[in-house]
Ligand binder design. Structure first.
Ligand SMILES: [Zn+2]
Length: 271
């Protein structure tokens, strides 16, 4: 049994999300995909690696992270792995939650004015003191408009995990985005191109946890605001995105792009 094109694409999407691999989601398992996969999963399996076996390993590992039981972790692609891929897709496509009435959407603390956000990088100890252990205290954000996965635009999500203390704040920011731009403009500007929030992992190329590990950072439109892009080429550095970054800043989210001129996709709420 061989992985379908859509499950090979799913493997690309997983690597792009977990490893920020910047892979083309085309279902082709070439050297770049295999390099990203082997950086994530050491090949300790029986037998030789092949493209299909890498796809199996990626789906099996992702399933474990999502508490889906895909059968043995053996990098062999079979019905169990295929079923696990469907479960991953179902989780990504979680049904929209009903939107709560506006009066329930009070912010949890006064918002700083845009541009007044201090640029700083909290330590792991500071993050744990404020938000708890990585991956804990999570809630579900219900977006008032569909979010397209930037690495698989045909897949939309209405809900995602974020730190419990920020659920209301993020929902307010999304609602303001919708009120200000309207859905057509949101889609034209790509403000609905979601790159992920909660993701327990280290900083890329680093040994300390990423702020995504606490669900306090969101990536938007990563394919046009990549890690190493600067204000010269990053989309969000353009004037038409000033309001969007101001809006998130008014909810306390710091833009790494504005502060440090890299990783323009990344907005984070510091302690
Ligand atoms: Zn990020």
């Amino acid at each position: 049994m061989l992985p379908s094109v859509s499950n090979r694409k799913l493997a690309h999407g997983i690597l792009n999300t977990r490893r920020r691999a910047d892979l083309l989601v085309d279902g082709h398992i070439g050297p770049k995909t295999i390099a990203a996969a082997s950086a994530w999963i050491p090949w300790t399996f029986e037998g030789k690696p092949t493209p299909s076996r890498w796809v199996a390993a990626i789906i099996q590992k992702e399933s474990r992270l999502r508490a889906i039981h895909p059968g043995p972790f053996d990098a062999f692609y079979g019905p169990e792995t295929s079923a696990a891929a469907d479960s991953i897709r179902r989780q990504i496509l979680a049904q929209p939650a009903p939107i709560r009435p506006d009066e329930e959407h009070a912010t949890d603390r006064p918002s700083p004015a845009p541009g007044k956000i201090k640029c700083w990088s909290p330590t792991t100890a500071q993050l744990r003191a404020r938000y708890g252990k990585e991956g804990t205290n999570q809630g579900i954000v219900a977006s008032p408009y569909p979010l397209r996965l930037d690495w698989d635009l045909k897949t939309t999500v209405h809900r995602f995990s974020a730190h419990q203390s920020l659920v209301t704040v993020i929902e307010n920011a999304l609602r303001e985005t919708l009120n200000h731009y309207g859905l057509d403009r949101i889609q034209a500007l790509g403000l609905d191109r979601f790159g992920g929030c909660l993701n327990v992992r280290n900083k890329r190329g680093g040994t300390t946890p990423s702020t995504h590990s606490w669900g306090i950072a969101i990536d938007w439109y990563p394919s046009r605001n990549m890690l190493k892009q600067t204000r010269k080429t990053a989309l969000f550095a353009r004037p038409e995105y000033t309001h969007f970054l101001d809006l998130w800043a008014s909810h306390g989210f710091m833009s790494l792009g504005r502060c440090y001129d890299f990783d323009w996709m990344h907005l984070q709420r510091n302690p």
